[in-house]
Design a protein around this ligand. Sequence first.
Ligand code: ATP
Ligand code: MG
Ligand code: MG
Length: 379
Amino acid sequence: MTTVGILGGGQLARMLALSGAPLGLRFLVLDSAQDACAGQFAPMVVGDYTDQAALDQFASNIDVATFDFENVPAESAHWLAERRPVFPSPRALAVAQDRLAEKTLFLDLGIPVPDFAAIGTRESLDAALIKIGTPCILKTRRLGYDGKGQFRIKTPADADAAWTALGPQADKVGLILEGFVAFERELSVVAVRGRDGEFRAWPITENWHVDGVLSASLAPARVDDTLSATAIGYASKLAEALDYVGVFALELFCRDGVLLANELAPRVHNSGHWTIEGSETSQFQNHLRAVLGLPLGDTRVLGHACMLNWIGAMPDANAVLSEAGGHWHDYGKQPREGRKVGHATLRADSTRELADALQRVGDSLDRREQVAPVIARLG
Ligand code: ATP
Ligand code: MG
Ligand code: MG
């Protein structure tokens, strides 16, 4: 009996545990929150990632470790890696934890990125504003997620407000200024690399964000083969360079037909949730296979899929459940503003059927603005 340890007990850990059950796997989750939603399906060690007693208990009861959360302190990941196999490696995790290290690696590999500059002081912000220009975004280098730790600078006059908001964190988590990309699309590559170096990618996903939080994903994205091959080529190069093992997502902006890399998520990713029903093998299943050194599953799509995120509170399930290709995922979390509490995936054999299903669900749940950009793309 193999036990997979997961650092972090959110919905990603929960879906990993659900996906691993048919493989006969056991799980152990480490999270500081007693009511972490993965705990409904897997035993937990309740403790902080730096709590030595909790780490000891966790390490001694698992065969291999992986992450639901990328911001586990590097020292804890290293400590664990000395005792048990850890995938992805602490080195890959460290790069993906830091927007500056990440963007520097992208550039080294010939992957285009938005203009950026490291910011340490108010003077360096002023200098970078001149170099990069406005609009731009000041971001924390570490610990940001769902658009948190970001300040959008529309004109130079916003610099004071940006510094008031994020300057106090400059020493602790570091800051980076990025040029604002007026993209026509946001895309992601969700891919997996096995312990033996085998690489597979799912077809490209198009994503829509609202206030920095993912709202909807469409797969396969309606992009041409050249763009798709370029995006997957970037993901493959990155995975190779980091000797990455497991699933990851590369987030990309597409502006004037050119791809710019935004960030690397070193874990299963929200923009890959559609793979549960929309692909031969889900990202969760393939992540576990990769981490355990098992053969990877086929990443081909089954028709067309759209994932809709539920933020704050769950809507009524019936509108989705009454669709032929409707699938419901309730993470079992308490409602809270801005919190990802669940998602739905609609799957169909044609883009036309998918658009019709989205229209019905959008009307019925009064969420027309959430489905509208996807329907527009499906044409
Ligand atoms: P995630 O939840 O994906 O980890 P995050 O907090 O790490 O989010 P980003 O991915 O950097 O944040 O930004 C969130 C969203 O904000 C992006 O998906 C994009 O829509 C927008 N955004 C971020 N950076 C830029 C940029 N430089 N130009 C334009 N839009 C941007
Ligand atoms: Mg991120
Ligand atoms: Mg992101």
